[in-house]
Design a protein around this ligand. Structure first.
Ligand SMILES: Nc1ncnc2c1ncn2[C@@H]1O[C@H](COP(=O)(O)OP(=O)(O)OP(=O)(O)O)[C@@H](O)[C@H]1O
Ligand SMILES: [Mg+2]
Length: 391
């Protein structure tokens, strides 16, 4: 069928034509936004899940909900190299300037701008680097101690008080939270904790890999009482069918039952893979129906594409030792998988694997779902490893 009218949207953070199977989380987010707006406290939301399950898409959806609800929003993405303070500063500056432009002069907003300015001083970077208004005088002695947990808490509090004073709400969204350093994570948790205690109208929603609850707990033991960590997983067979069928139906195209079953079998219900299979099956189909035959012919193309991009970009960042480790994981047939099994497969003592295991965790390729256990952060990565290194 015509590629131009293809409704499917494989990509990173690209909104799917049908956001299937996430209603519960959207409902929870709606409650969070409504409660904080009404001055009630509520646990913040941190979405966790493997690569490509739809965390960013959901984060953006909740951000749109917040905007529709009248919140001023800030959206940032942490990277392996970024620093939290530098990332946040220009966005908070913009948010405060927006509050400043609202009707009525507010001393709290002016104060928050000054606190932000001194926060930048504490970061030891120049004002120009992060685009904070040079016309504002720093509030010396506040948020400039150089200790991020103290300074960020002061800054968030000032921002929350400014929003409260203007009768507005602020919502802060942070993606890829697992890349924060332990200090940054600890500081963020403390700052959010303080805002919740003071019932300031600031909502926090984060997203990242399934390592997050553990990382948060390691930084601050009370984190579990501060956050809800809904886990986004693969979609059920029924929701997977919806994700494919609804967009096709909207374009007047039917999808055969066997075709749906085959797509589910191939994708295991992982959202990114559903979009890839839907996209290619659409291109291979002729007439007004996506048949099993179209899906089967599309599969070879999809696997080739995934191997060349989605899986390959991750594979190419690995050392030989890391590749061998991940390949051995693919051969282990025990679930849950333990490091000891990998050591056995590689024929090396368990102790020798510590560094490579640590570097794979640091690269966010694997994580530990429970003590002593291992899993890939990328769905279906084991099958890819077997194709990449056949042996
Ligand atoms: N609920 C859903 N139903 C159908 N498709 C979805 C759903 N959620 C996400 N997708 C699709 O899955 C793909 C991946 O989404 P997204 O980039 O949000 O995942 P992610 O979890 O943020 O991945 P990563 O960890 O790599 O950042 C996109 O193509 C998106 O359109
Ligand atoms: Mg993402």
């Amino acid at each position: 069928m015509d590629t131009l009218t293809n409704p499917f949207s494989p990509g990173a953070g690209t909104p799917p034509p049908e956001l299937a199977g996430r209603q519960q989380i959207l409902d929870d987010a709606r409650v969070l936004l409504a409660r904080v707006k009404a001055g009630r406290s509520e646990k913040s939301l941190v979405l966790t899940g493997l690569r490509g399950v739809g965390k960013t898409v959901l984060l953006n959806t909740v951000a749109s909900m917040a905007e529709a609800d009248g919140y001023r929003t800030v959206m940032i993405e942490v990277t392996e190299k970024s620093s939290l303070g530098t990332l946040l500063t220009p966005h908070l500056s913009e948010l405060l300037c927006e509050l400043d432009r609202m009707a009525g002069v507010s001393a709290k907003v002016r104060r928050a701008l000054s606190v932000l300015r001194s926060f930048v001083g504490g970061l030891k970077i120049t004002v120009g680097e992060v685009g904070v208004g040079v016309d504002v005088e720093p509030l010396r002695g506040t948020a400039d101690s150089g200790d991020l947990s103290i300074d960020l808490t002061k800054l968030f509090q000032a921002v929350g008080e400014a929003a409260l004073d203007k009768g507005a709400g602020a919502a802060i969204f942070i993606d890829e939270l697992q890349y924060l350093s332990q200090d940054e994570f600890g500081a963020l948790i403390m700052a959010i904790h303080r805002m919740q205690q003071l019932r300031l109208p600031v909502v926090f929603v984060g997203a990242g890999l399934p390592t997050l609850p553990g990382l948060a707990g390691a930084s601050k033991t009370y984190a579990e009482r501060l956050f809800n960590f809904p886990q986004l997983g693969a979609l059920s067979a029924e929701d997977s069918a919806k994700a494919i069928q609804e967009p096709a139906a909207a374009a007047g195209v039917a999808v055969g039952k066997n075709a749906l079953r085959e797509i589910y079998r191939k994708t295991c219900g992982y959202p990114y893979f559903l979009q890839e299979w839907g996209y290619q099956a659409w291109n291979f189909a002729s007439g007004k129906t996506i048949t099993l035959d179209a899906v089967s012919r599309a599969s070879a193309r999809v696997v080739e594409r995934l191997d060349q991009s989605f899986f390959r970009v991750r594979f190419d960042r690995l050392t030989t030792g890391e590749k061998n480790f991940l390949r051995a994981m693919a051969d282990a047939d025990t679930a849950p998988l333990r490091t000891g099994v990998v050591a056995e497969k590689l024929g090396v003592p368990l102790g020798r694997l510590g560094p490579v295991r640590a570097s794979l965790i640091k690269k966010s390729m694997i994580y530990s779902p429970a003590y002593g256990e291992l899993a890939y952060t990328v769905p279906l990565f084991g099958e890819f490893m077997r194709r990449a290194i056949p042996e």
